[in-house]
Design a protein around this ligand. Sequence first.
Ligand code: GDP
Length: 523
Amino acid sequence: MTLQEEIRRRRTFAIISHPDAGKTTLTEKMLWFGGAIQMAGAVRARKSDRHAVSDWMELEKQRGISVTSSVMQFPYRDCIINLLDTPGHEDFSEDTYRTLTAVDSAVMVIDSVNGVEAQTIKLLNVCRLRDTPILTFINKLDREGKEPIDLLDEIESVLQIQCAPMTWPIGMGKRFRGTYHLYNDVVSVFDPNAEKGTSEIIQGIDNPRLDELIGDQADELRIDIELVRGASHTFDREAYLAGKQTPVFFGSAMNNFGVQSLLDAIVELSPAPLPRPAQSRAVEPDEPKFSGFVFKIQANMDPKHRDRIAFIRICSGRFDRGMKLKQVASGKLFTVSNAITFMAQDRNTADEAYAGDIIGIPNHGTIKLGDTFSAGEDLKFTGIPSFAPEIFRRARIRNPLKMKQLQKGLHQLAEEGATQLFRPIASNDLILGAVGMLQFDVVAHRLQFEYGVDVIFEPFDVATARWLRGSDADLKKLADKHGFNVALDNADDYVYLAPNRVNLNLTQERFPEIKFLETREIY
Ligand code: GDP
């Protein structure tokens, strides 16, 4: 296969959802339909292990698993699918957001009972930063949920994205009989006892076989479909690829139902690896030379093995084991013979990877978040941001003689993206920011084991942060007035730490010449 063909058959995506909407179930079913796992329950077993423990150290004992489940690669039809995990529940963190900068598309899972939920909104907003194309899967149709038309309205109004129903459900809950594909004119009949959730495929909505099988519900469906065709958007590929419209599928992941249509859509509709912006130029995926960037760093918590894995999204060309890659920021060459690849069936044996794929490179802290790697060119990929934290803590130490180690540790952990660090200009406080609570546990543990610092985290009265852009004079004016709220981040960038939304809005009104940004590019 040529380089172009290999790249064109890649699909790299992540699933976004609120906890309990069914992401794990759907992931597992996708792997199963892709032939990558034999048995239902494999992914679930991992997750329930992780759930059974509240203690983060325990959680980390599963780390071998969490690294390999960070990326799941499997074949489907003639494509190679890379499904990137977006940690949720207790392990929700900035990595969850940042992973979305490494994909070409996303699948949004909505629970038909609960509709659009808080974390879905947050994750969708992250997708919007890059206009990532989104497919929607409305899950749990086997339960009595909201009316499908109401769910579409809710998605459109809350998430501000057009919905184009691709399939339409026939009943729900106890009356759930399957889905009708609006574009293929095919009814998939639901049967919870059938191996793949479907007992029969019926061609044509007017097919009398439909009446035989589902009785009165056949005519109800015909009326519904006429209404739906009149009242909803038709699928528009351009609008989908621009992130303006989401094709919607209905199903029940637990019952394997609808999963295949979704996978087919990933193959048929979702984009192959897209060009990526770098500072000097846009990089096309099928350029022959390798390039990629680091979107996540995962530390090994075992004190005996202090290595870290840098996850690199390949943006162009091909990776071969033993290849020399240039870390552009330092100019250093890495000979990469121990890269981790993620083929779900046959882990670690792949010796090559292509644009769209992810590789993991073990290192001892020399690789930083946001780093670009190339075959020699001085490229710097953009679009890898830090996100405004939502939880803040003040770091204190029991032993004041360890202040230097604390500062050094926090600086390095912030560079890895484990936490964000802020130093208010009017105090000596060290303030940590995160989007998930677990991030603080990780930092405390790593400070202890890697830097010998026993840290205490205290609540700190800040609700959110904004990076500031403005003239030196304007920033100074703001800093003079609100010195306790203006801080420098780990890269010495100015940040406003707002005690609440009202304060943030007022300050923004009072300083209209300053821009308050929710994300900051990592340089
Ligand atoms: P996650 O937190 O988004 O990964 O969600 P899970 O995949 O763990 O699912 C949460 C719960 O919903 C579990 O108890 C699943 O068994 C259940 N669930 C998942 N899919 C379905 C479905 O199609 N129908 C029903 N009734 N329950 C489902």
